[in-house]
Design a protein. Sequence first.
Length: 147
Amino acid sequence: MAIEEKKTNSNLESVENVDLTGGSKFSSFEKEAGENEKNILKKEKETAREVVGAEKESIYSQTLSRIKASVSVSDEIKEDAQKISQEKDVQSLINNLVDLALNKGVKHAVKVARYTQDNYVLDQFHDKLLTEELHRALINKGLLEDI
């Protein structure tokens, strides 16, 4: 049963039942609002990408400058690295680093190993430092604390 009667109120204008759903009055407004919203979101995303890219570049530059500043190498480390890098055999290189650790300390030997920029040598030296025999020798010399 279709009701198409008009409701009236003394203070209000009459409204048909069809108009209660909004009909087509707001469809063009909704389309415009949706398009405007999409444009705004698109602009915000582009701006956010630009900002994020600039922030990443800035953070990278700051981090790189800190690393370069903290890696200032003393002449003693350079000299020791040149002496031990003359060895052709990796095992001889590791043994020289162990001697450095026993004579000048573990920190100095690790800095020298890093300065050689050979990750394999650094890893092998680390493994050697973890042996019980060398660990005890470093403790006995007072270069490490027994915890």
